[in-house]
Design a protein around this ligand. Structure first.
Ligand SMILES: Cc1ncc(COP(=O)(O)O)c(C=O)c1O
Length: 382
């Protein structure tokens, strides 16, 4: 079995699962309780928060736990809209965001907010001039993803940060769900960013846990109100086993990050060099450092993405159409659509997404299977 769908989710690491189990069994108190079980749980909660903060070069108070990427994105966008609505009603994002951003923006539009979607070029990348031109006196937030989940484009985050230094009141948010552990932490945790979204299950932690980085002094309204956990900003009894497990997973992820990224890039390169020789193949991801090392998206002209995915599955290789969210809906990729790729081609796209558990031997096996299936694809295409 070869698992090449790590952008959809990753398999929880055994060490991480063991932390989860141990905490569930032994430190099961509620961190808000006054007695010793509560105190023990509270101490572990804060220890996990500190561990995550230290790994990212942030302060402990700047890490707030969530249920994952979708909640983090919703929270920063809607929490900013509520918090800053007396200062303005305009938000800026890109045309290639994950639905957690896109659909939150669409909901805010229904409530009277105005949204600018920055267009992208043929590589799925925004232009800094477009960003500059989009900023208005009423702009309250700019939200840009670090790494595109469908084709792997890295956005010009440092340049955006430079522009936004002239607008200190605008909240700058980065969705780093696909960017963490991919060698671009300096771009993500830059000196201007105010909020960053992270999701545990993309780096071998359990599902349903994540966190946001929120720069000290920057305010967003809570969306979940109740018992006042997370400094009154996100109510709900904390998922301590998953939080402790996520802290462990992040430490493992960022250990030897450089070597892991190099390995992923080599695997991607090996597949990229192979498939691009075939006349029916169009690659959308590139093999340069403007793209993440772990995502490779390409189309086989005339064959539907689902057909390709199932053909590989029959050979024990698990890949996806461009994103897990769109695949069951049989929708054309929103990123490829924003890049003006015709639907006839974008519906033939597939995504390979790697992590450091994959190997070059798996790339070789993928390439061999690709050769075998290509004849079938040629017939289908004709
Ligand atoms: C870029 C990006 N943002 C947000 C999310 C949503 O994260 P979660 O699955 O943790 O809700 C995803 C998930 O694929 C993603 O790729």
């Amino acid at each position: 079995m070869i698992y090449f769908d790590n952008s959809a989710t990753t398999k929880a690491d055994p060490e991480v699962v063991s932390t989860y189990d141990k905490v569930s069994e032994k430190i099961w108190g509620n961190p808000s309780s006054l007695h010793q079980f509560g105190e023990e749980a509270f101490n572990l909660l804060e220890q996990s928060r500190k561990q995550i903060a230290d790994l990212l070069g942030a302060s402990q108070s700047e890490i707030l736990f969530t249920s994952g990427g979708t909640e983090g994105d919703n929270w920063v966008l809607k929490g900013t809209a509520i918090e800053k609505r007396q200062f303005g009603n305009h938000l800026i994002t890109t045309a290639v965001e994950h639905p957690a951003i896109h659909n939150s923006m669409e909901q805010l539009k229904q409530l009277g907010f105005e949204v600018t979607y920055l267009p992208v070029d043929e590589h799925g990348r925004i232009s800094i001039d477009d960003l500059k031109a989009a900023i208005r006196p009423t702009t309250i937030l700019v939200s840009i993803m670090a790494v595109n989940n469908e084709i792997g484009t890295i956005q010009p985050l440092k340049e955006a940060a430079e522009v936004l230094k002239d607008y200190p009141k605008i909240h700058f948010h980065i969705d780093a769900v696909q960017g963490i552990g991919k060698g671009i932490q300096d771009l993500i945790m830059n000196d201007r960013v105010d909020f960053v979204t992270f999701s545990g299950h993309k780096f071998h932690a359990p599902r349903g846990i994540g966190f946001i980085y929120a720069r000290r002094g920057r305010k967003i309204a809570p969306l979940l109100t109740g018992g006042g956990q997370e400094r009154n900003l996100r109510s709900g009894t904390e998922n301590l086993p998953a939080i402790a497990a996520m802290a462990k997973a992040l430490r493992l992820l960022l250990t030897d990050e450089k070597q892991k990224v190099t390995k992923e890039a080599e695997i991607k390169q090996r597949i990229f060099d192979h498939v691009k020789q075939f006349p029916l193949v169009t690659t959308f991801s590139e093999d340069n450092d403007g793209f993440a090392p772990h995502i490779l998206c390409f189309a086989i002209q005339g064959v539907r993405g689902e057909t390709i995915v199932h053909a590989f599955e029959e050979q024990g290789i698990y890949i996806s159409t461009t994103s897990a969210c769109s695949s069951k809906k049989h929708l054309a990729s929103s990123t490829l659509t924003a890049m003006h790729i015709p639907e006839s081609l974008s519906t033939s796209a597939i995504r390979i997404s790697l992590d450091d558990h994959n190997t070059l031997a798996e790339a070789d096996e993928f390439n061999q299977v690709f050769d075998k299936l290509y004849d079938k694809f040629k017939l289908l295409s004709a």
